[in-house]
Design a protein around this ligand. Structure first.
Ligand SMILES: [Zn+2]
Length: 173
């Protein structure tokens, strides 16, 4: 008799532990899902990070993914440390590249960063930037010079090498 009682006690304890584990698994799973589906945002400007334009910059020694190359460059000049972009995304393939290996198109009419001031267009239909926007002019990276040239032909903008881009961004500050 005693043995049987002990066993049912054991079973009860086990089922309590089991339910607790199931609850925990659901909680962890739910948390993971929320984390997973939350859109990644730029830690500098809090815009959503677009897969074609994101870049990785070093901020205080840590690799941080930002919404676009321009945002990272702007940040670096603001903190007085130019050239700390360590990775850029190839616009066409979403491939990660070393900044110095890519060609850049600056100031085209394509803007991945959530547009501001859409109503402010001049007669040429180009956005008229009255206010400072850290992600403008838009800047995209291309692995091949030819691809960058095609992009300029279709969307306007200026083709720059990494060195030219850094120099140009630095001159504005
Ligand atoms: Zn940003």
């Amino acid at each position: 008799m005693e043995g049987e009682e002990a066993m049912s006690q054991n079973k009860k304890a086990l089922s309590v532990v089991f339910s607790a584990m199931v609850l925990m698994a659901i909680a962890i799973g739910g948390f993971w899902l929320v984390q997973k589906t939350k859109p990644e945002v730029c830690s500098i400007c809090e815009r959503s990070i677009h897969p074609h334009s994101s870049a990785v910059v070093l901020i205080e020694g840590k690799r941080v993914r930002v919404c676009c190359i321009r945002c990272g460059i702007t940040h670096n000049f603001q903190v007085g440390k130019p050239g700390e972009v360590v990775q850029v995304t190839e616009f066409l393939s979403d491939r990660q590249m070393k900044p110095s290996d890519a060609f850049y198109v600056e100031g085209s009419q394509v803007s991945m960063c959530d547009p501001h001031q859409k109503s402010l267009m001049d007669q040429t239909k180009h956005p008229y930037h009255r206010i400072f926007d850290r992600c403008e002019p838009s800047t995209y990276a291309f692995a091949k010079r030819e691809d960058a040239e095609n992009f300029v032909r279709d969307n306007g903008g200026k083709l720059l090498t990494w060195d030219e881009l850094k120099k140009e961004a630095g001159g504005k500050q």
